[in-house]
Design a protein around this ligand. Sequence first.
Ligand SMILES: C[S@@+](CC[C@H](N)C(=O)[O-])C[C@H]1O[C@@H](n2cnc3c(N)ncnc32)[C@H](O)[C@@H]1O
Length: 268
Amino acid sequence: MVVEATTTTASDSNPKLSHPVCFVGAGPGAEDLLTLRAADRLRHADVLIWTDSLVCPRITTLAPDHCERIRTSTLTLEEMLPLLINRQRQGAKVVRLHDGDTALYSAINEQICALNDADIPVEVVPGVSAYQAAAASLSSELTIPGVVQTIVLGRAGGRTGVPPSEELDRLAALGASLCLYLSARHIDEVQTTLQHHYPDDTPVAIAYRVSWPDELISVVPLSQMATASQERQLIRTTLYIISPALNGGRKRSRLYSPDHDHLFRPSH
Ligand SMILES: C[S@@+](CC[C@H](N)C(=O)[O-])C[C@H]1O[C@@H](n2cnc3c(N)ncnc32)[C@H](O)[C@@H]1O
């Protein structure tokens, strides 16, 4: 990819001005679900380039008044990269803000590759992902001993597709706690596929804008997953957790069992 960016650099003449471009996970929405490091980078930003289609606007108010704010929802990668590169080369502290955690469906990889090509250092600050915030909002653990011990983070294929070995049918065959991102638009298909593997009464958490002021979370049986989503007209910023763990149950873990000794609690 060819990215046009100016080459005169303030940071070249003064290396002290060379700040890494900082990719920050904004968490699900609430300001107090930001990490301390993320809040620090935001408070010191000169330029904030943010995913306005997904990041809760309240988060951006942490940036100082002088901070230049650039929204990315209408930009292509080719339009955004020169902004990152030029502002960094001018000596600005550039924060690139993505929703949730940076490791999941954030598209930071293509940006970091281009910055590496331009010899620009990067820093990545993780965030709380939507599945963690949704489980917390339901006061739920997704790994209950004897019930389910694995969490799968995935998505339905949709327009951009997934590798064949990661088709929803194969993810669902595990019967694990399944957290589905980016899947609300395909909800009829999703429900039908899931019903081949999970019982109809498996609890499904439908979490819309977790931790935003208009958060909506409900738990419905799998057989009502599509209808419940359509009734609420959910097509964006919705996460699904399909999990037998949401049934609660009272199975306890071995970790705190009196008959289970370990390094910190040896048998006497
Ligand atoms: C491009 S992905 C980014 C995921 C993000 N990096 C994360 O870790 O949560 C966007 C999808 O994440 C989910 N999502 C992000 N924030 C959410 C929130 N506050 N509530 C519910 N779902 C959310 C939705 O499935 C949305 O379509």
